[in-house]
Design a protein around this ligand. Structure first.
Ligand code: ATP
Ligand code: MG
Length: 900
């Protein structure tokens, strides 16, 4: 039996023997594409080739691609764990032809690989072809059907509808008919029992008759108005689920029973002490609902572990927004299942990581290299979510208690939604807990709330793109030349443009034939500037990068889009951001020197006025270390090291130069290497021509952004100058408070000491005063029907007033009612003190009385039954308020003859 690793290798070998270049997987997390967060198919990384904006050579390629299907058009998340053949993250084996072979070649090769090489039984295989769609004006794909007939009998060819047999990347973009290959993997018993032929189970969600390979024949481009146009070149794009293929070849009936998942599932069993049952075991002994829950939970965890670990390795940490939030939700889904069904009340996933790394670390070295970081991040996320779960559970307990007291049986959906939205507490968990306690949840209401929120999100994010308009004489595809490394001004023409509407703002995107503008990428902001000719000047407010090109953003189109223009970059801004970018390279280098080689760049942001650098490091960087880093960077700045730049270096050669590549970054076959002395990095960004241009480097802050990740914010050049002036001004101002004393520190120290001793002195005085006043008050006390009644009014600080009434209570034995009004800073304060018997035996309540009396001083307050305080605005009402308290007490005790 072939192992998973052997199967992966055999795929590559087969297509290599068919003259395909074997290429690396692109990162699973997509960094520079606004339309897609995660790679969801092998073809994503070839999008620009298919759209004609990148060189298609070599025209035959093959790879295994890390995919994630948890958002957007392809979202399998809710299935995962419940079925046995959809994963969040999976490997997609693929082969491509860009204008080389087409349908016949793709069909022949797929068949040869599955049947001749891997020896799958042809009788178990079914293929589908697109049946056509009159609404789209498309006929049945007879061409593909004809080629299939070379290999399979006609009754193994099935017509499929647009949903299954017309592949589209997204709402717009490349698309075309496809042929899927399905495998009937039912056991002989299952076949006999059901009596249904495999043919009738294709695309019917039968877990044993599943699609393994999809051959997509890309011929069209879907435009924004929904219409189709022909692509300029036919493209073959195939995708085969690796985990599904392994399962077929290992004779299993669940992806989780293969050697791709079993090691992790074994680890889960060991940690939890629970058992996972394989398909075979289930067939032998039907399982209980509890066991099924355990199985689902173990599958969920084994699957999600991969998605989360690979995302972090690709540089995407869990967070509150966008891709980071998707990852956070996946991790939380796993924690929830482990918590509910596997009894894991503390971090669990991170404990499985070593097994995963052992199994996959060789094929994916990024996993091994970052194991410590991944484990840290996972554990911290798990712990944080478990705390949230605890909080949610106690809130839910409270809600259920309330329902019980009101005799209600159903938790309202608004509450359930709040639990979900604020505490990450999913509906099914809320339902589960409610059910255990005999309650239900109003799901309908919950869904209404959910829908409302989705709408809010959609309205906030909605971006509408019109189709690209080709400028006469321009070109709809065509490669743009970027000349920004050498020029900041360049003669150009507009190739094409389109209108973009976002939150009711309209602007245009332009693609130029030649451009010096750097589009936002790799953390460096895009250039701005102008497009000028004699007739007009168009402001370029930003530029971004899309499909390997700079897209220029403008508020209005030129009157004559066909005219020649000069594209001019705003060089002040560009120079400043270039200096900051170069500074991040020096910073990266210095951090590695000072802290160690474990320092890895985890993100950066570079703009004209600031720079931010995130890196892996597991503790706070000390002040001394930061100084050392600053000194090292500033040294390199003073050495004025010239940029040593190598363009179009083959990737492997660049590695030999010692350049540092980032995990999760997508690099082409040819890369650019930027060196400043000992600092050498793969980088496509804009840099200073020499380090001297940075001027000066100063770190402003160092802090943690996530588990194991630190962030440094720093300034350079002119910004440092401003910083220095601000500090100087502040220092001057402070000095002037102290008569421009020479020894400022000494003087401040002296002031602090004086202040402290004065404070102590005042406290002593106050205590003495409290002592005296309390004696005086007690001396003036009246006794009314056995109750000692004390009233008084003073000027004093609020906390002394409190001390005073407590002191009085200490000195009076027996029943006491003490009411003291005080005034400080023009504000009145009412204090009431009662003896315990007044509260317990006579039912008086100082808190209630103070609230009532406080109305007379236009204020409010409260406290305990025996002591309460109220502040207010109206000093003039103070004596009336004191009287009021006495009156209230009188009234309350009116049963007894309580008279003043
Ligand atoms: P299905 O209908 O089974 O969800 P699909 O139509 O979404 O499959 P494609 O988009 O054509 O699949 O992807 C190509 C191949 O990738 C599929 O034939 C399958 O083998 C595999 N694949 C797709 N989605 C998943 C997934 N969530 N987990 C594992 N493999 C998958
Ligand atoms: Mg699918």
């Amino acid at each position: 039996m072939m192992t998973a690793k052997e199967i992966r290798d055999s795929f590559k070998q087969f297509f290599e023997s068919k003259q395909h270049a074997i290429v690396p997987s692109a990162p699973m997390v997509i960094k520079d594409d606004p339309t897609l967060m995660f790679t969801n198919a092998g073809m994503n990384q070839w999008k620009d080739i298919i759209l004609g904006t990148r060189d298609p050579e070599p025209r035959r390629r093959a790879d295994t691609q890390k995919c994630l299907r948890v958002s957007g058009k392809h979202n399998d998340l809710e299935e995962v764990g419940h079925d046995t053949y959809h994963h969040t993250m999976f490997e997609m084996l693929g082969n491509w032809s860009f204008g080389d072979y087409f349908k016949e070649g793709a069909i022949d090769m797929a068949w040869e690989y599955l049947v001749d090489v891997l020896k799958l039984n042809p009788e178990d295989l079914y293929v589908t072809v697109f049946e056509g769609d009159p609404n789209e004006g498309l006929e049945r794909d007879d061409e593909a059907a004809g080629y299939w007939l070379k290999h399979v009998p006609a009754d193994h060819i099935i017509n499929g509808n647009k949903h299954d047999n017309f592949w589209e990347m997204g709402d717009t973009g490349p698309c075309g008919p496809c042929s899927e290959i399905h495998v009937d993997s039912r056991t002989p018993e299952q076949r006999k029992e059901s009596g249904i032929s495999g043919r009738d189970l294709v695309n019917k969600d039968d877990p044993q008759v599943i699609e393994i390979w999809n051959l997509v024949f890309m011929q069209y481009n879907r435009k924004a108005d929904g219409s189709l146009e022909k692509l300029s070149m036919n493209v073959i794009d195939t995708g085969m689920g690796f985990e599904r293929l392994v399962r077929m070849l290992q004779g299993k009936h669940s992806n989780y029973d293969t050697d791709v998942f079993q090691p992790v599932i074994k680890a889960e069993q060991q940690i939890t002490g629970l058992k996972y049952t394989t398909f075979e075991e289930e067939v032998e002994n039907p399982i209980s609902k509890e066991q099924d829950n355990i199985n689902v939970a173990m599958r969920v965890c084994a699957d999600h572990l991969r998605a989360v670990a690979f995302s972090i390795a690709d540089g995407q940490l869990p967070s509150n927004a966008k891709a980071g939030y998707v990852i956070r939700r996946i991790l939380r889904r796993a924690v929830r299942y482990a918590y509910t069904f596997l009894g894991q009340k503390e971090g669990f996933l991170y404990k499985l990581l070593p097994t995963l790394v052992e199994e996959m670390g060789d094929a994916f070295p990024e996993l091994k290299a970052q194991q410590t970081l991944i484990a840290k991040v996972m554990k911290e996320e798990e712990d944080a979510f478990l705390r949230t779960l605890d909080k949610g559970i106690s809130l839910l307990d409270k809600a259920m208690e309330e329902m019980k007291s009101k005799g209600e049986k159903e938790l309202d959906g608004v509450q359930a939604f709040r639990l979900f939205d604020t505490y990450g507490f999913p509906l099914d968990l809320t339902e589960l807990i409610c059910r255990e306690n005999g309650f239900t949840v109003n799901e309908e209401q919950f869904n209404v709330e959910m829908q409302k929120q989705k709408e809010r999100a959609r309205n906030a994010a909605a971006v509408e793109n019109s189709d690209w308009v080709t400028v006469p004489g321009g070109s709809s595809a065509g490669e743009q030349q970027f000349v920004g490394y050498d020029y900041t001004e360049y003669t150009c023409h507009i190739l094409r443009y389109r209108k973009v509407t976002q939150k009711k703002n309209e602007f245009y995107e332009l693609v130029l034939d030649y451009t010096p503008f750097y589009g936002e990428m790799g953390g460096q902001v895009g250039d701005c500037g102008v497009l000028v000719n004699e007739a007009e000047t168009i402001e370029i407010i930003d530029s971004k990068r899309e499909n390997n090109q700079t897209v220029h953003i403008v508020k209005q189109l030129p009157k004559d889009p066909t005219a020649e223009f000069m594209a001019c970059v705003d060089t002040d801004k560009r120079d400043a951001s270039a200096a900051n970018h170069t500074a991040t390279h020096l910073l990266d280098y210095a951090l590695k020197q000072v802290l160690g080689d474990h320092v890895e760049q985890k993100g950066s942001f570079v703009s004209p006025d600031t720079l931010r650098f995130d890196f892996s490091h597991f503790e706070k960087v000390s002040d001394e270390q930061l100084r050392e880093v600053e000194r090292m960077v500033n040294d390199m700045i003073r050495q004025d090291i010239h940029i040593d730049e190598h363009r179009d270096v083959p990737f492997d050669e660049a590695k030999k130069l010692g350049a540092i590549a980032l995990f999760g970054e997508k690099y082409g076959d040819k890369v650019r290497v930027v060196r400043f002395g000992p600092s050498c990095e793969f980088c496509g960004g804009i840099h200073a021509s020499s380090t001297g241009r940075i001027g000066f480097f100063k770190i402003l802050s160092e802090a943690s952004v996530a588990a194991g990740i630190r962030r440094i914010e720093a300034k350079t050049g002119k910004e440092c100058e401003e910083l220095l002036y601000r500090m100087e001004d502040m220092l001057k101002a402070v000095k002037s408070f102290f008569n421009n004393a020479k020894d400022l520190q000494g003087v401040i120290q002296k002031y602090i000491e004086e202040h402290d001793s004065m404070k102590k002195e005042i406290e002593t005085f106050q205590q003495q005063r409290v002592q005296l006043l309390s004696k005086e008050l007690v001396g003036k006390a009246r006794t009314v029907n056995g109750v000692t009644v004390i009233t008084g009014q003073f000027q004093m600080v609020p906390n002394v007033a409190k001390d005073l009434v407590f002191k009085v209570r200490e000195q009076v034995a027996g029943s006491l009612l003490c009411v003291v009004g005080t005034e400080f800073d023009g504000k009145p304060l009412l204090n009431i003190m009662l003896s315990d018997d007044m509260v317990k035996e006579h039912g008086l309540n100082a808190g209630q009385m103070v609230r009532e009396a406080a109305k007379l001083i236009q204020g409010g307050g409260g406290g305990q039954p025996h002591y309460a305080q109220a502040g207010g605005k109206n000093v003039d009402g103070l004596s009336a308020a004191v009287e009021k308290v006495i009156e209230l007490a009188k009234h309350h005790l009116c049963g007894r003859s309580f008279v003043r």
